[in-house]
Design a protein around this ligand. Structure first.
Ligand SMILES: *[C@@H]1O[C@H](CO)[C@@H](O)[C@H](O)[C@H]1NC(C)=O
Ligand SMILES: *[C@@H]1O[C@H](CO)[C@@H](O)[C@H](O)[C@H]1NC(C)=O
Ligand SMILES: *[C@@H]1O[C@H](CO)[C@@H](O)[C@H](O)[C@H]1NC(C)=O
Ligand SMILES: *[C@@H]1O[C@H](CO)[C@@H](O)[C@H](O)[C@H]1NC(C)=O
Ligand SMILES: *[C@@H]1O[C@H](CO)[C@@H](O)[C@H](O)[C@H]1NC(C)=O
Ligand SMILES: [Zn+2]
Length: 484
C-alpha cells in the first residue's frame, strides 16, 4: 500500500514536474496579464471601419512596442493603402518579428491578428464592448477571444520563458486586417518566403476556438467560393400595377435559381459537386464520436430548432469535412420595412459554398456556372444572368502525425491533463493554408478560446481560466518542441 502511494505520488510529481516554476510564474502575473488585455481591448481596432483605421494602426504600434520590450527584432511592414467607400485608407502595417538566440534550435512562427469585428453597446452587449469587464470568471470585451487575448497569451508565455530559458527561436506575424480579408498579407508571405520564413520550422495559428470545454487542436479548415448571381430584367424598376403579369420579373427568376441550389436537408444539388470530396478517415470519425460537443446546448444558445442531422458526430463532420451551400442575401430587392409595389430591374443573389479537400475552386466555379445556366434555360426567361465568383479560398488539411502536432498534444496533456480534441473547423481561414502552401512548413491551429466565446457576436469573452491556462499551454508547446 505504501509502495502504491509512493508510486502514485511519484507519478503525479513526474507528470507535473517539467514546468512548475514557469507555471507558477504565469499564475503570479495574471493580474498584470488581464490589465494588459484591458489596455489592448480599449483600442477600437475595427478594421472594417475606415474611421477606425488609425486605431488599428495604433494597435499595431503598441504590439510592436511590446515585442521590443521582449528584445525581439521588429519590422513594421507598410503595405500602402486601400480604396474604401471611395477614399484612400492606409493599410495597417504587418508586424514581422523574431527572437532568435540559437540557429541550431527549431524556430516556431506564431500568427495572430489585432484587428477586431465591429461592436457597439447598442447591438445588445451587456457591458461596454471596448471596456474589458470581468464577470463570473469571464473577461468580456471585443477582441478578448478573437484574437487579442490569444496573441497576448503567446507573448506572456514567451516573456515568462525568457526569464528562465527560451527553449526555441520564435517568430511572430501579426496583422491588422484579418477580419476583412488580410489585405496584402498573402503577397507578403510569398515575398518573404526565402527571407523571413526561410528558417521557420513550424507555424502556429492562434486564431481559433475549442470545440467544447476540452482543449482542442484544429488541423483543417474549409475553403470558400462566394458567388454573385445577377439577373437583369428591364432597364428600370417597374410599377407592378402597370407591368405586373406582362413582364418576366428578375426577382422571381433569381429566387427560382436560388431554390435549385440545395434541398431542405442541406444536400447540394449541383451535379458533380461531391465528386472530389475525400470523406473523413476512420480515425477522424472516432475523434468526432468522442468529442464533448454538446448539440443541445448549441441549439439552446442560438435558438436553433433542429439540426439536419441528429448524431453529434454527423453534425460535426457535416459542418467541417463536407461541403455546404448557404444563401446569404439578395441585393437590389426591396428589403426595407413597409410596402413598396416595385418590380426591381436588377437583383443579385449571394451564396457561398464551403469547400473541403480535394475540391478545387476553379472546378467548383465551372460546375456552379454550368448548372445555373442550364436551370435558367429551363425557366425560359428573356432576362439576362451573369455569375461571378468573388471569393476563392482553398480548403486546408494538415498531417496530424507530424512533430508539431505531437508537441501540441503533449503540451495540452501537461497543462490540462487530458487528451486534446482533434478537429477540423467549418470556417475559412485562408491564411492558414497559404502559410503551409507557400512555405511548405507544417501549420497547426492552436487557440485558447472557448466554444461559447462568441467571437464575432455580442458579449464576446475569454474566460480568465482559458487566458491564464492558455498562456501556460503556449509555454509548454515551446518546451515540447525543443525536446523532439
Ligand atoms: C533585453 O536586453 C536587455 C539588454 O541586453 C537586457 O537587460 C534585458 O534583460 C533583456 N530583456 C529580456 C526580456 O530578455
Ligand atoms: C469601464 O467600466 C468600469 C466599470 O464598469 C468603469 O468604472 C469605467 O469608468 C469604464 N471605463 C471606461 C473608459 O468607460
Ligand atoms: C519557400 O521556401 C522553401 C524553402 O524554405 C521552399 O521549399 C519552397 O518551395 C518555397 N516556396 C515557394 C512558393 O517558392
Ligand atoms: C436531399 O437530397 C439528398 C440526396 O439526394 C436526399 O438523401 C435527401 O432525402 C434530400 N432531402 C430532402 C428533404 O429532399
Ligand atoms: C430533428 O432532426 C432529426 C434528424 O434530422 C430527426 O430525426 C428528428 O425527428 C427531428 N426532430 C424534430 C422535433 O423535428
Ligand atoms: Zn480571428
Amino acid at each position: 500500500m505504501i509502495i502504491l502511494i509512493f508510486l502514485l505520488l511519484f507519478t503525479i510529481t513526474c507528470e507535473s514536474s517539467p514546468n512548475p516554476t514557469i507555471f507558477e510564474d504565469i499564475n503570479r502575473h495574471q493580474e498584470e496579464y488581464v490589465q494588459r488585455l484591458k489596455e489592448w481591448v480599449a483600442i477600437e481596432s475595427d478594421s472594417s471601419d475606415p474611421l477606425k483605421r488609425e486605431e488599428v494602426i495604433r494597435m499595431m504600434h503598441l504590439a510592436a512596442e511590446r515585442l521590443k520590450e521582449l528584445n525581439a527584432t521588429v519590422e513594421l511592414v507598410e503595405l500602402g493603402s486601400q480604396k474604401l467607400y471611395g477614399h484612400d485608407v492606409p493599410l495597417p502595417p504587418v508586424i514581422l518579428a523574431g527572437i532568435e538566440k540559437d540557429p541550431k534550435k527549431p524556430t516556431v512562427c506564431f500568427y495572430g491578428h489585432l484587428d477586431v469585428q465591429p461592436a457597439k453597446f447598442e447591438d445588445g452587449w451587456s457591458t461596454q464592448p471596448y471596456n474589458l469587464t470581468e464577470k463570473d470568471g469571464n473577461l468580456y470585451g471585443r477582441g478578448t477571444s478573437d484574437d487579442k487575448g490569444q496573441v497576448l497569451a503567446v507573448l506572456h508565455a514567451v516573456e515568462t520563458l525568457q526569464k528562465h530559458e527560451l527553449p526555441v527561436n520564435v517568430k511572430f506575424v501579426f496583422e491588422g486586417m484579418e477580419e476583412v480579408g488580410s489585405n496584402g498579407l498573402f503577397t507578403l508571405v510569398e515575398q518573404r518566403n526565402s527571407t523571413f520564413f526561410s528558417n521557420v520550422d513550424y507555424i502556429v495559428v492562434t486564431d481559433t476556438l475549442w470545440l467544447s470545454n476540452k482543449p482542442g487542436i484544429t488541423y483543417g479548415t474549409r475553403g470558400n467560393c462566394y458567388f454573385f448571381v445577377e439577373v437583369q430584367g428591364a432597364r428600370k424598376d417597374l410599377h407592378s400595377g402597370s407591368f405586373g403579369g406582362v413582364v418576366h420579373e428578375a426577382t422571381g427568376d433569381l429566387i427560382f435559381l436560388l431554390n435549385t441550389l440545395v434541398n431542405s436537408s442541406g444536400h447540394i444539388l449541383i451535379p458533380g459537386i461531391y465528386d472530389a470530396v475525400v470523406p473523413p478517415s476512420e480515425k477522424e470519425v472516432e475523434f468526432y464520436k468522442e468529442s464533448e460537443f454538446n448539440a443541445a446546448k448549441i441549439k439552446r444558445t442560438f435558438g436553433i430548432r433542429n439540426f439536419t442531422y441528429s448524431a453529434k458526430e454527423e453534425i460535426l463532420m457535416r459542418r467541417s469535412c463536407y461541403p455546404s451551400l448557404s444563401i446569404h442575401g439578395i441585393e437590389g430587392a426591396f428589403s426595407a420595412s413597409g410596402t413598396k409595389t416595385v418590380i426591381p430591374a436588377k437583383v443579385t443573389g449571394k451564396f457561398s459554398i464551403r469547400l473541403v479537400p480535394n475540391m478545387e475552386p476553379s472546378v467548383v466555379i465551372n460546375q456552379v456556372t454550368d448548372y445555373l445556366k442550364e436551370k435558367f434555360a429551363e425557366r425560359k426567361s428573356p432576362n439576362h444572368i451573369s455569375i461571378k465568383c468573388v471569393i476563392q479560398a482553398k480548403p486546408w488539411l494538415s498531417d496530424i502525425d507530424g512533430p508539431l502536432y505531437l508537441a501540441g498534444k503533449k503540451a495540452i496533456k501537461k497543462v490540462f491533463n487530458t487528451e486534446p480534441e482533434m478537429f477540423r473547423i467549418g470556417g475559412t481561414i485562408p491564411i492558414g493554408s497559404h502559410f503551409q502552401e507557400v512555405t511548405g512548413k507544417s501549420a497547426m491551429f492552436l487557440g485558447i478560446g472557448g466554444p461559447d466565446d462568441a467571437p464575432h457576436g455580442q458579449n464576446e469573452k475569454l474566460s480568465r481560466y482559458n487566458f491564464i491556462e492558455g498562456t501556460k499551454l503556449y509555454a509548454a508547446l515551446l518546451q515540447e518542441l525543443v525536446s523532439l
